[in-house]
Design a protein around this ligand. Structure first.
Ligand code: SF4
Ligand code: FES
Length: 234
């Protein structure tokens, strides 16, 4: 079938502002929106610019605003998107070209929460730090994050305040705060207690809707907030 693909294009060397361009592409219902973007890039306009890598929902590179909602282009099928599909860059970050945005700020916030295990003690058996299935389960949901940025860039609190650390960074703080092997929980909670930390969340739930991994982000944010309040003796 024919699909009308409307793409928001922007070339900083040529355009004053972003504008829409339309392409007609042949598609099967089981094709992904990423396949349609490839069709345009490979057969109609090689200058079309976007990020993608794994093409299988693993690397998190191709979050885009598709038909008005943040989704992964490699996971969203034509049969669900329809025969008229609009694709725009994710919001709240500077557009470099077409669908490609500058994610430096996103990665800076991710790094700010110390997204790695901190533990300098030698394990009791000298080999490994053991954890019960229940302890592992405590952060199972947030360990699924692929850092696509769909949550943070769908968040109105982030749009109105780009300094807000954002849902993705909080999810990744949660993953280590609740890890029984980690010893930097207090430090992370101090980071989360910052004015631009967890308090900026207004429980709007856009992040939960946007997450391609089905992570209950709002619950994770509320759990981190409860830990911050506990640490502050509230
Ligand atoms: Fe993407 Fe979900 Fe991780 Fe946010 S929490 S960065 S939406 S995978
Ligand atoms: Fe890797 Fe879509 S290209 S998640």
């Amino acid at each position: 079938m024919d699909v009308l693909l409307r793409l928001k294009r922007f070339d900083p060397e040529r355009d004053a502002d972003p504008h829409w361009e339309e392409y007609t592409v042949q598609a099967d219902p089981s094709d992904r929106v990423l396949d349609l973007l490839h069709q345009v890039k490979w057969y109609q306009d090689g200058t079309l610019t976007f990020r993608r890598s794994c093409a299988h929902g693993v690397c998190g590179s191709d979050a885009m605003l598709i038909n008005g909602r943040n989704r992964l282009a490699c996971e969203y099928l034509v049969k669900d998107a329809g025969t008229e599909i609009s694709v725009e860059p994710i919001r709240g970050s500077q557009v470099i070209k077409d669908l490609l945005v500058d994610l430096d700020g996103f990665w800076e916030k991710y790094r700010s929460v110390m997204p790695y295990l901190v533990n300098d003690e030698v394990p009791a058996d000298g080999k490994e730090r053991r954890q019960s299935p229940e302890e592992r389960e405590r952060f199972d949901d947030t360990s699924k994050c692929i850092l696509c940025g769909a949550c943070t860039t769908a968040c109105p609190s982030f749009w109105s305040n780009p300094d807000f650390v954002g849902p993705a960074a909080i999810v990744n703080a949660h993953r280590f705060i609740f890890d029984s092997r980690d010893q930097a929980g207090e430090e992370r909670l101090q980071i989360m207690a910052d004015a631009d930390g967890v308090w900026r969340c207004r429980t709007i739930f856009n992040c939960v809707e946007a997450c391609p991994r089905g992570i209950n982000i709002t619950r994770a944010i509320l759990e981190v907030t409860a830990e911050v309040e506990k640490a502050q003796g509230a």
